[in-house]
Design a binder for this molecule. Structure first.
Ligand code: SAH
Length: 447
């Protein structure tokens, strides 16, 4: 087997980046654009002792689940499984959760993944990188596993107005020769364009992330944006730091307010540029309803919402419980959670800023107890001390909302080994056409 050989291979699985996996002469072969069950012809490159990359030349026998990509931007790295039929995507996601649980010896039934009826234009947030090129500033998404840009104004998972706003900003940048960001030199004016819409409020926000304080020709930009009455907020966010962090900490309002409103589960939320907010509004309602139902609230409970963000789940819980205690690392998110609670008249809530691994044990030591605990941690899952303290609190019900099946399985294995029974696992598709899968797991304490 050597470089540039054309070979035929059968694809048996997908990596978590969405590349097809096959076996050839004892090597694992990775083929971008190939699906499980397919026989494909590939040209080899990157041949190593244990693995090789294959460039897809032809699909000799297509998977019955192969469809034409719903989006015209094949080269974009944003969606990994746009060529897989949506029903098959949902089956794959359920299978991923099942496999992760099985790998930890958990045998719970995993329900069918709850998908969208119309899995397009679902995102309420877009982030375009702005780069310096020979032809002036360019805006786009990153190509697969690279920081090279792909122009993607009419992204298939963004609402239609996105394309018009991106084109308007590009035109303004190029007219005035305003520099895009040069990552290597850490220079330039504009680093990112972020767009966010309140799906039910109809309010839009446009954020220009700049390297420094300077942003020339703002008056002309605002004049160009005047034809979009949906824009309730135009903000300059300043991020002088090197690295992959997108937003800096300082905001300057250029038009309207610093934030926009949105309605979620019948509650009003105010979203400033730095606020974490789930990106798929209809599926967020589905996810939260699943979490809420799993809590089985009767109205008299104290509920902990750990990793609460701006308090979206907490406030849903607060309508059905006696008292809700929210815990979150980012202090600004806690300020937002308190303001959101007040805005919605939910005064049976309290919020604590700090790392869960410090705050939860401190609250327990101070005498706090919970009847029900909801956790919604980042991808790495819960710190062991958080799980241990939860066990000490001995809530009757634990609801684990997870964006990573592997860390979910690890934490569920710990909880089920310490007095809790796994009742149900419900995957929810928050990110159609990508390999991400969100799940809600419900556990009950053995009596
Ligand atoms: N439940 C919220 C947020 C979930 S995202 C929602 O549905 O919108 C996970 C949250 O965990 C983020 O807000 C992140 O800031 C927070 N977080 C990350 N590490 C944390 C830690 N060690 N302690 C507490 N919160 C943390």
């Amino acid at each position: 087997m050597s470089l540039n050989d054309a070979v035929t291979v059968t694809i048996t699985d997908l990596t978590d980046k969405g590349d097809g996996i096959g076996q050839l002469d004892g090597r694992t072969l990775y083929v971008s654009g190939a699906l499980p069950g397919e026989q494909v012809q590939v040209r080899l490159h990157g041949v190593k002792p244990k693995y090789a990359q294959g460039e897809l030349l032809a699909v000799l026998q297509p998977s019955p689940d192969r469809v034409a990509n719903f989006c015209s931007h094949d080269e974009c790295g944003g969606c990994q499984i746009g060529i897989l039929d949506y029903a098959a995507q949902l089956r794959l996601k359920r299978q991923r959760v099942q496999q992760a649980l099985a790998a930890k010896g958990l045998s719970a039934e995993v329900a069918a993944c709850l998908g969208m009826e119309e899995p397009y234009a679902y995102r309420n947030k877009a982030l375009y990188a702005v780069q310096a090129t020979a032809n002036g500033a360019e805006l786009g998404f990153f190509r697969k596993q690279s920081h090279a840009l792909v122009r993607c104004d009419d992204c298939g998972i963004q609402p239609a107005l996105t394309a018009e706003l991106v084109a308007t900003v590009r035109d303004w940048l190029q007219t005035h020769d305003i520099a895009g960001y040069d990552e290597a030199a850490h220079s330039g004016t504009l680093r990112y364009l972020m767009l966010r819409d309140g799906r039910l409020s109809g309010q839009w926000q446009l954020v220009l992330v700049t390297l420094g304080e300077t942003l020339p020709e703002v008056a002309d930009l605002l004049a160009r944006l005047a034809r979009f009455p949906q824009l309730h907020s135009v903000v300059q966010n300043i991020n002088p730091q090197r690295g992959n962090r997108i937003l800096g900490f300082s905001n300057r309002v250029l038009l309207g307010e610093e934030g926009i409103h949105d309605t979620l589960c019948g509650l009003d939320f105010y979203l400033t540029p730095l606020a974490f907010y789930q990106i798929n509004p209809p599926q967020t309602s589905v996810l939260y309803q699943q979490a809420l139902a799993a809590c089985g609230l009767g109205g008299d409970e104290t509920v902990f919402d750990i990793y609460c963000g701006i308090g979206t789940i907490s406030l849903c819980l607060a309508r059905q419980a006696r008292r809700v205690v929210g815990i979150e690392l980012v202090p600004e998110a806690i300020d937002a959670a308190r303001a959101n609670a007040e805005r919605n008249g939910l005064d049976n809530t309290e919020f604590h800023a700090g790392a869960a691994e410090a705050v939860v044990p401190a609250l327990y030591a101070a005498g706090y107890r919970a009847d029900v605990v909801v956790v919604d941690p980042p991808r790495k899952g819960c710190e062991r001390i958080v799980l241990e303290t939860m066990l000490q609190m001995a809530p009757r019900t634990l609801v684990y909302v997870s964006c990573d099946p592997d860390s979910l399985a690890r934490d569920l294995a710990y909880l089920t080994a310490h007095g809790y029974g796994l009742q149900s696992v419900q995957p929810v598709d928050m990110f159609p056409h990508t390999l991400h899968v969100e799940s809600v797991a419900c556990l009950h304490r053995w009596e």
